[in-house]
Every structure is written in C-alpha cells, then in structure tokens.
Design a protein around this ligand. Structure first.
Ligand SMILES: Nc1nc2c(c(=O)[nH]1)N[C@H]1C(S)=C(S)[C@@H](COP(=O)(O)OP(=O)(O)OC[C@H]3O[C@@H](n4cnc5c(N)ncnc54)[C@H](O)[C@@H]3O)O[C@H]1N2
Ligand code: MOO
Length: 431
C-alpha cells in the first residue's frame, strides 16, 4: 500500500485500472452528453446535392455575358421549382428556371441570381448585369464531404454534433453505456434528509451531492444509503456495491479515529488497498482499494472535502469508464481576484469561481474554505491549485486551477492563453 502520494500519481494509478464499460445504441436525443463509442464517418455529402442559396433564377452564366443596365438580357422561364423537388426541365441557353432557397440546382444551370435583381414580365425575366458561374450555388459536400471522419470515438456528444449526426441520417448513435457507481456513507451520526432530525445527528448531505455530480456527467448512481460505523456492516455494503456497480464510493471513516472503519472493511471485503492519503487539502485521507478489477474509493466524511476529491479523482474515473478520451479536469490559469492569507504547508485546492473580466480570466473565492463548509461549493467552477509550501495568495497574483462541474467539458480545450504581462491591480475592477 502506498501512503500520502501526489494527486497525479493517485489519478494515474486509478485511471490505469479502468476498462471502459460496454457500448450501446441510443436515440439522437438521448445521445446528447454521452460519449461516442466509435468514429463517425460521413456516409454522404452534406448537403447531398448542389443547391440554391437564395430565392431567384437558375441560369447559364455565359448567357449574361453581354448584359448591362441599358441592355438587359431576356431569358424565358421554363419551370418553377422549390426545395424538396427536382426540376423536370433542363436549362438550355436562353432559358431559366425559377428556384427557391434550398432547391436542387436544375440540370444545365451553373449560376443563380436573386429575384429582387430581375424584372419579370410574363414568361420572361430581364437580367441587367453579368453573372459569374457558381454564384449563390451551395456545392454538394460544402459542409461535410462524404468519407470524412466527423467525430472521433471517445468524444463528447454536444448538441451541434447531435444536429450533424441527424444531418447524416444517423438515428441510433453508438455510445458507451452509462457507468454504474454505488454510493454509501458511513457514520452513526447520519440521518437521511427524509428523517426527523435527532439530537447529535446530522443529515447525510455528501452522498446526495456526489450522486448528483455522477448524474451530471451522465453516470448512473446506485444509492446504498447510510452504514453504521461498524466493520462488518460496512464490509457487507461494500460487497453489495461490488456486485451491482462498476465502482464503489463511500464517504467517512477514512481518518484515524476509533470508528474509522473503512480500511478494515475494504480488507474484510477481500480488496487490496492501493493507497491511503493523497498530499492535498481538503480530502487528504482518501483511501483506494481494488477487488476483482473493481475500484472502491473511500472519501473523507467532510462534505466539501468529499466533493473536491470526487471532482479531482472520481470524476476522471467515471468519465474514463464511459469512454472519454481526456477525462482529467481541464486546467486553467487566471488572476486571483481575492486574498487568501493563510500559508499552505500542504498542496491546497481553493474553491473559486471563474469569471472573465475585460478579457482576463479572474478567479474569486466562493467563500470559507474549511473542509466541512459546503456553502462555498455553490458557484465553484474552478479549484485553484496552491502548491505545497506557499505563503498567502494575494489579489492580482497569477494562479492555476482545474475546471470542475458542468463547464468543464469543452471549456478551454485550446492551450491556455499565457499573458505577456501581469495585469496591474488597478487595471482590474471587480464587483
Ligand atoms: N486525529 C486526527 N483526526 C483527524 C485527522 C487526522 O489526521 N488526525 N484528519 C482530519 C481530516 S483532514 C479529515 S478530512 C477527517 C476525515 O474524517 P473521516 O473521513 O473519517 O470522516 P468522519 O470522521 O466520518 O467525518 C468527518 C466530518 O464530516 C461529517 N460527515 C461525515 N459524513 C457526512 C455526510 N455523509 N454528510 C454530511 N456530513 C458528514 C462528520 O459528522 C464529521 O463532522 O478527519 C479529520 N480528523
Ligand atoms: O483533508 Mo480534510 O478533508 O482537510 O478536512
């Protein structure tokens, strides 16, 4: 068993053990937010045929070579067509076909003019200028060429990708199955929020926040409820979780108190401990074990510590289980828009909110930072990463962080912008 390891080592020790869950097909709408389980190749051009970009007339460009405002060219209108229909006639020299936006380009025509530019008189239109070939023609394959890989296995399905898949005629999307994560909380002091509060007891808050986070990233939580601080009961609950889920997550019982049962319960369930404690605050006493290739992760009982370690360690595991290629939280650099005056002998993660002010990414604390304070998780979308051995962090200082929660995906996928010059404090105004 390793002890007090660095966060990055903990992440890679665990990620290396993850084998993505199965694959399945889901409807287009259900696919949003899921992860593609295979490359998608365009089976057709988009658009599939060349079409008109406007309401007007399809004609042959060379017919207008002599046209000008004093000597218009006259063309005979031989048909009128619209989007969804193929013109029956062929445009030959001296003729034109009236089209609507989206109409397939009629045979023989190679350019278009909008109807406001012509004068219609019975079956004839007058054209007052020379038109170039291919004007206002949207070419077949202009958006996507047949055969092109439009999305890669392991990528997140976003609403624009849903539209693109629909445009390719894909109605059932190949995705990774949802990971099933079992959640339990140990603690004799805990009551479910549905129960009446008793003296000395508190409501189980952590479990619900973690399960909601699991849902937020498309996982399927399995609620194993509250377990008393007893080894046998905890062992039994872990074993049940292992039978039914891909990963078992618990809160509480990971420190050094008389009732901290998690390590013994894991061993009792036949699991091998991988590590205990990660050099970070909050959440340092995290413990990880493995049984039959399934991970069991015990998080701190302190609610904010549990959420921070869930975001930094569990979230990547769940994303990888569901096939995601780059599951670690995206990194960001920004300007600290607050003062945190405590020294950090240990590496510390501060709950902050990322806000862009005048083009500068600013990170402002969301409240008090003690491990039990849940309030400051509200609005937190970045965990500012303060290296071990740091002194106070002051307003205007450059800091790094990790994006957490829903804005993580797709935010700052490009390399993080590095500022040439430190913005001066007086140049920044914060509300
Ligand atoms: N002598 C030492 N004591 C502690 C140490 C230490 O190194 N030496 N480490 C501290 C740190 S740091 C942490 S973090 C906690 C971790 O404790 P546990 O994971 O064993 O958690 P508990 O003791 O069960 O609970 C801690 C705290 O959180 C409350 N809690 C627990 N579960 C929930 C829940 N599901 N929802 C809401 N609140 C919960 C619990 O009542 C406690 O107040 O240990 C320190 N101690
Ligand atoms: O590591 Mo503990 O989570 O600071 O309170």
């Amino acid at each position: 068993m390793k002890n007090n390891i660095q966060l990055e080592e903990a992440q890679s020790l665990l990620l290396n053990r993850i084998i993505p869950v199965g694959k399945c097909l889901v409807s287009l709408l259900e696919s949003s937010g899921r992860v593609l389980s295979q490359d998608i190749k365009a089976s057709t051009n988009i658009p599939p045929f060349s079409k008109s970009a406007l309401d007007g007339y399809a004609l042959i460009a060379s017919d207008t070579r002599q046209a000008d405002s004093s000597a218009p060219v006259q063309l005979r209108v031989i048909e009128e067509t619209r989007a969804g229909f193929i013109a029956q006639e062929k445009v030959v020299s001296g003729t034109t076909i009236k089209v609507m936006t989206g109409s397939p380009i009629p045979n023989g025509a190679n350019t278009l003019i909008k109807h406001e530019e012509v004068v219609r008189n019975g079956d004839y239109v007058s054209i007052f200028r020379t038109i170039k070939a291919q004007d206002n023609v949207i070419k077949a394959g202009e958006d996507i060429e047949q055969g092109k890989v439009v999305a890669q296995k392991g990528s997140l399905i976003t609403p624009p990708l849903v539209a693109l898949l629909a445009g390719l005629g894909i109605s059932q999307v190949p995705v990774y199955a949802k990971a099933k994560i079992a959640f339990m909380s140990t603690g004799d002091e805990l009551l479910d929020p549905s129960e009446t509060l008793q003296p000395g007891k508190i409501y189980n808050s952590s479990l619900y926040g973690l399960m909601a986070r699991c849902c937020e990233m498309g996982g399927h939580p399995l609620d194993l409820g509250i377990v008393p601080d007893e080894i046998a009961a905890t062992t039994a609950r872990i074993s049940r979780g292992l039978e039914e889920a891909d990963i078992v997550v618990s809160t509480g019982g990971v420190s050094v108190g008389d009732y901290d049962v998690m390590k013994d319960a894991m061993v009792g369930a036949g699991a091998e401990i991988i590590f205990w404690k990660v050099a970070m605050k909050p959440g340092s006493p995290i413990i990880a074990a493995v049984k039959d290739k399934k991970l069991i992760i015990g998080l701190s009982g302190n609610p904010a510590a549990a959420m921070v370690t869930f975001d930094m360690i569990l979230t990547p595991l769940i994303k990888r289980l569901m096939g995601k290629n780059n599951p670690l939280p995206d990194k960001i650099q920004g300007v600290f828009a607050d003062n945190f005056l405590k020294a950090s002998p240990q590496r510390r993660f501060l709950r902050a909110k990322l806000e862009r002010k005048d083009g500068v990414d600013c990170l402002k604390l969301t409240g008090a930072q003690a491990s039990g304070i849940l309030m400051s998780m509200i609005g937190c979308n970045v965990l500012v990463d303060i290296p071990a051995g740091s002194g106070p962090v002051i307003f205007g200082q450059r800091v790094s962080g990790h994006i957490v929660g829903n804005i993580s995906d797709g935010y700052h996928q490009e390399p993080v912008e590095v500022y040439e010059e430190e913005p001066k404090r007086e140049e920044l105004s914060f509300s």
